[in-house]
Design a protein around this ligand. Structure first.
Ligand code: GDP
Length: 426
């Protein structure tokens, strides 16, 4: 009955969806604990591509209980849309879905504010899904929680208060303030389908543990986008490290048995913010083209670069990773040489560990590894990999100071080298 947390070790988009999907074979309960529809986990199952933004990827396995924890901010329209898509494909039958009564509701005015800000000079490259403004409401203690959907008069009053609070901001950004009455009508209709899913999910998870169930905590975004630990202010508005897994689910840190970090064999970043190993040359184009590095929510081309070990070491340190899942190794195939940043130089000093507040001045110090041309996508053991690819994996492991437990060699479930399983006692 282990509890395993899966955490993005970079700037998000590390391929968490596929790893979570693989591990759900061993978990009866899968929990999302933070973020909202700014996440987009792309899965390929039986040749079919599916992107989930709020429902945990574990929903694809029959018998799984999927939980949307209280650390999340959820757009009801997105939730209902995903439920319809999944039901249409037969992926909802035989599964259970529970939404925390304390998760916050993302409303049209959150999205409007996000869009207006992102079209102005202060843009930081959000996904414009209203996530930041919804967390602002949460911190300002005027947010609407899912539990409020069950109390119509209270919901109406809270909507009036929140829309009045946002009015000056929206007007100053040149937007049209929304009408609370129209939002109320839509929410009241959505509530019919959502209220039956609401639960005290913290208590539910403790009950599941008491019954001997295995839990998987599914992270969204990545450590370097964490509100407290990331490259502030170019961060998301939630905690994407293992700390967020605890507050966002209601589990005690003592209940988490293993923490697995997901990192690509290279690096990508979406939106603005420092990215020391970013490539503007043919190598960067190769990573974008072969890796399909376009945002799953926005479709934006992702910024691509070499693996950043000082940043990865910080993620290892902050989350206490027991292991790393190294994804997309296959994307490096065909590159004449592969580089990894092993340290930074900042103001004449060498840094092995990324200082997130000085990362914008970091000059990467690279180590160069020989490339390989033989395809890796058929490899199922380390021995199947071309020798330079194997050496690269071993180097990442020793340079990051964390064992590699899984290597991704393609988007499909089976295109994976499993070295050890965090759900089994080693
Ligand atoms: P997430 O948000 O961390 O789940 O990442 P995304 O879903 O945005 O990006 C992962 C993308 O990479 C998806 O399209 C996956 O199908 C794909 N993917 C995951 N692992 C691998 C891998 O090992 N190799 C390749 N080529 N693609 C992968």
């Amino acid at each position: 009955m282990p509890v395993v947390a899966i955490i993005g070790a970079q700037w998000g988009d590390e391929g968490k969806g596929k790893v979570v999907d693989l591990y759900t074979e061993f978990a009866q309960v899968v929990v999302r604990f933070g973020g909202g529809s700014n996440a987009g986990h792309t899965l390929v199952v039986d040749g079919e591509k599916l992107t989930l933004r709020v429902i945990p990827s574990g929903i694809l396995r029959r018998g799984t209980l999927c939980v949307l924890g209280q650390g999340m901010v959820i757009d009801p329209e997105v939730l209902l849309g995903e439920m319809d898509t999944l039901a249409g494909k037969g992926h909802l039958e035989g599964r259970s879905l529970a939404v925390s009564r304390h998760a916050h509701v993302v409303l049209p005015y959150h999205q409007l504010v996000d869009e207006l800000r992102e079209s102005g000079p202060g843009a930081i490259g959000t996904t414009k899904k209203g996530i930041g403004p919804a967390y602002e409401d949460k911190a300002a203690r005027r947010g609407i929680r899912f539990v409020d959907l069950a109390d119509r008069p209270l919901l109406r009053a809270k909507l009036e208060r929140a829309t009045a609070a946002w009015k000056p901001t929206i007007e100053s950004l040149g937007g049209e303030p929304p009408e609370p009455a129209a939002i109320f009508e839509t929410l009241a209709a959505q509530a019919e389908k959502i209220v039956p899913l609401l639960a005290d999910t913290a208590a539910l998870l403790h009950d599941e543990l008491a019954r001997g169930r295995s839990l998987l905590l599914e992270g969204a975004q990545g450590t370097l986008l964490d509100l407290d630990h990331g490259t502030y202010p170019f961060v998301t508005s939630s905690s994407c490290t293992v700390g967020g897994a605890i507050t966002g689910s209601g589990l005690s840190p003592r209940r988490i048995d293993r923490v697995i970090g997901i990192t690509k064999a290279y690096a990508t970043r979406v939106g603005a913010g420092p990215f020391p190993t970013e490539l503007g040359d043919e190598a960067g184009n190769h990573l974008r083209r072969v890796g399909g590095e376009y945002g799953s929510v926005t479709g934006r081309p992702r910024r691509c670069g070499w693996l950043d070990l000082p940043a990865l070491r910080r993620a290892v340190l902050l989350n206490g990773f027991d292991g790393l899942a190294l994804t997309k190794l296959d994307v490096l195939t065909g590159m004449p040489e592969v580089k990894a940043c092993v340290a930074y130089e900042i103001d004449g000093r060498r840094h092995e560990l990324c200082p997130t507040d000085a990362i914008d001045r970091a000059v990467p110090i690279y180590e160069t590894f020989p490339g390989w041309t033989e395809p890796t996508d058929g490899a199922r053991t380390l021995a199947d990999l071309p020798a330079p690819a194997r050496r690269y994996v071993e180097s990442v492991e020793s340079l990051a100071g964390c064992p590699v437990v899984l290597v991704g060699v393609g988007p499909a479930r089976e295109q994976t080298i499993v070295l050890s399983n965090p759900f089994r006692r080693q």
